[in-house]
Design a protein around this ligand. Sequence first.
Ligand SMILES: [Zn+2]
Length: 305
Amino acid sequence: MNYPTRRRRRVRVLSRQHPNRQSLNPAAFGGRTNTRRAFGPKSRSMGKARLLIALAIAAFSFISYMGSKEFNPVTGESQHIGLAKHQEIAMGKQSAPQLIQQFGGLHPDPQLQDVVDRIGHKIVQSSRAAETEWAYDFHLLRDPQTVNAFALPGGQVFITYALFEQLRTEGELAGVLGHEIGHVVARHSTQRIAKENLRNGLTMAVILGTGVDPGAADMAGRLISMKYGREDELESDALGVDFMADAGYDPRALIGVMEVLAGAAGGERPPEFMSTHPSPENRVGMIHSAIEEKYPSGVPGGLTP
Ligand SMILES: [Zn+2]
C-alpha cells in the first residue's frame, strides 16, 4: 500500500515528534534535492567528505541499533527497539487515522464497535497483557471486502468488517484480537522498524557514498503494509492462545479462525490476511502445541467457545 500524496508531510511530522529517530531517517537528511546540492560531484575533497560522512552514518546506525536492546518481560526476550514506550504509543495513535481512512472509516454500528471494544479490553484485563503499559484501543473497520486484522505499535488494534462478519463465535473474535494483542505486547512492528532503521542508515551511507537515492518511505504506510516474519506470527498465535484462555475463552476457537481464513481463501474474496500472515494450515499444528503447553492435561470445560 502506498500513500504518495501524504508521504512528504507525514515523514516530516514524525521526524519532528521523534527527534531521536531523525538521524536514522533518510528523509531527515533532506531527500534527493538537498543531498545532490550538498554532495554534488564538485571536487575530490567533497568526495572525501562525503565518504567520511557516509562512514559516520553507517557507524552511528549500527551503534544505535546495537545499543537499543531491551528486555520484554511478557515474552522473556531481549529486543532491539530504539523507541521509548511513549513514542511507540504516539506513533501508533498518529498512524491510526490514516489506517482507518484506508479501510473505509470505522464501522457505523456502535453496538458492533462495542462488541469488539468489550472483548478486546476483557482479554487485556484478564491476561498478562494487563502487566504492560500500552494504550489499548480496539476498532472495527468498515471495509466489507478485505479480510484482515492489524495492530499498530503501542496498542491500536483493528479488525475489518469482512473478517468480523465471517467469525462464528465470540471465542473466534477473541482469538483474532488475542493474536493482535500478541503483536503489540511482543513489540513486533517496533522491532521491525528498528531493523529497518538500521538498514536505512546503512542505505543512507551507500546513497551518500554513491549519490543514488532510492527515496524515503512514509512511516504510516510502512506500518500498515508491514509484514511480520513467520516467527512473529507464530509467537503472536501462542500469546493469543495464552491471553484468550486467561480471559475465559476456549483457545481452540483460534483454530476455528484458521478454518474461516482457509475457507475464505478458496472463496470469491481471498483474504488479504493471507498475504501478510503464514497460511492458516501451517499454523494450526503450532496452535495445538501452544494449547497443550497451556493445558497439559486437556482444555478445561466451561470456557466460552
Ligand atoms: Zn499477525
